[in-house]
Design a protein around this ligand. Structure first.
Ligand code: SLL
Length: 153
């Protein structure tokens, strides 16, 4: 639909991961040590599907092809995998208005409980690890339809 003029809408989001240590030998014939979930949400876990149509999670090249670029078209926008290492993944958001440019976010997947000096904590080894960041999506002159969607929630 028609674009607004001179309008900026800022929408707060939270994205990141939780990770837990797998019980040993949980994934047969693999060296996977952790189970993790990467997600993107609104503040306080709120749903963003009123304006987000599709989220594509792009994983490290050590993941096999079908898993490497996984897209999600329904909330919750998250994926759960197992693995052995940390890496930077991208999270691409596509919006319900096709004219609105996709936005890519980058997250460093975290599996290990780090101490302040950067070493891996052994005492906290069995506790779930969380790494989330707050960010803002900035829409400049969104379509009038998207403007309505973003501001009526
Ligand atoms: C590292 N630079 O060496 C990082 C890369 C990649 C982690 C970590 C693959 C799992 C699978 C996986 O966990 N990759 O093979 O399905 O630490």
């Amino acid at each position: 639909s028609k674009r607004t003029k001179g309008v900026t809408v800022v929408y707060p989001i939270v994205y990141g991961n939780v990770a837990t240590l797998l019980p040993q030998k949980k994934v047969p014939d693999s060296d996977h040590t952790h189970k993790w979930t990467v997600s993107v949400r609104g503040i306080n876990g709120s749903d963003i599907s009123h304006f987000v149509k599709k989220v594509t999670f792009k994983l490290h090249e050590t993941y096999s092809n079908p898993q490497r670029g996984t897209f999600v078209e329904q909330p919750p926008f998250e994926i759960t995998e197992t693995g052995w290492g940390e890496f930077e993944l991208s999270i691409k958001l596509q919006f319900v208005e096709p004219g609105e440019k996709p936005v890519s976010l980058y997250h460093n997947l975290r599996l290990h409980p780090y101490e302040e000096d950067g070493s891996i904590s052994t005492v906290n080894r069995n506790k779930p690890v969380q790494s989330f960041q707050y960010d803002e999506l900035v829409f400049t002159d969104p379509s009038e339809a998207l403007y309505q969607i973003l501001t009526q929630h």
